[in-house]
Design a protein around this ligand. Sequence first.
Ligand SMILES: [Zn+2]
Length: 101
Amino acid sequence: MQLALHLMEAAVFQDPAITAEEAIAQVRKAVEGLIEHQGERTSHATCKRCRFPVASVKDPDEDATWVHLDDDYSRGCRAASFGRDGEWDDSLDKQWKAVPA
Ligand SMILES: [Zn+2]
């Protein structure tokens, strides 16, 4: 539920003119992809830097790795903007990685 809210907020933040139908389709796609790829051991948040939803898989032997919920599960904020929009968001620093807010 928390994840769905984050995804909805991100969809509207990225495209204020988005329709409810389009936003729901984006949320559904992201959630289905997440479940398929990462199972249930995930944490969700909004990226502190680019405000896009991020998730991490907890590995008992390592620190959690946070990725953006774009099509490629990018670590970098700028890469995630390309995966999401099909173009680079130059306002995002190339060094920025997903950081939970
Ligand atoms: Zn980010």
